[in-house]
Write a protein that binds this ligand. Structure first.
Ligand SMILES: [Fe+2]
Ligand SMILES: [Fe+2]
Length: 136
């Protein structure tokens, strides 16, 4: 089975402690969610976990978007669209789960984890690079 444990590592840093801490918290929430699935927690608990993830992600994205706005980041719009995609996807998981139409699986967790890692490593790193250039 794929190893799912997600760790924040230094190469994921965007050079901003607040945002780095939010990314660490996102990983913590995903790991907790994964444990919930693995332990076969009741559906109510899994709903609670995924809703927690949806809400935390929303607040993180909104903080990050404010940060990008402050530095007049030229790719803000594309970045916002990527955030929106993830929110809709995650919210859809929650709604389907709530309606009893989704059996949560490792694949769902893998999607969440892979998307986030890729986003933080790729898309988030782009504004970090832009910001470094501003300061240089
Ligand atoms: Fe982020
Ligand atoms: Fe982002």
């Amino acid at each position: 089975m794929t190893k799912i444990q997600t760790m924040w590592t230094d190469d994921l840093s965007v050079g901003n402690t607040t945002i780095d801490n939010e990314h660490k918290q996102l990983f913590a929430l995903i790991n907790e969610f994964y444990r919930g699935i693995k332990d076969e927690s009741p559906r109510e608990r899994l709903e609670e976990l995924i809703l927690g993830l949806v809400n935390y992600t929303k607040s993180h994205f909104s903080n990050e978007e404010k940060h990008m706005l402050q530095m007049a980041y030229p790719q803000l719009k594309e970045h916002q669209e990527a955030h929106q995609f993830f929110i809709e996807k995650t919210q859809n998981y929650y709604e389907r789960l709530h309606a009893g139409k989704l059996i949560l699986s490792i694949e769902v967790t893998n999607f969440l984890k892979d998307w986030l890692v890729k986003h933080i490593k790729g898309t988030d790193q782009q504004y970090a690079a832009f910001e470094r250039n501003l300061k240089a």
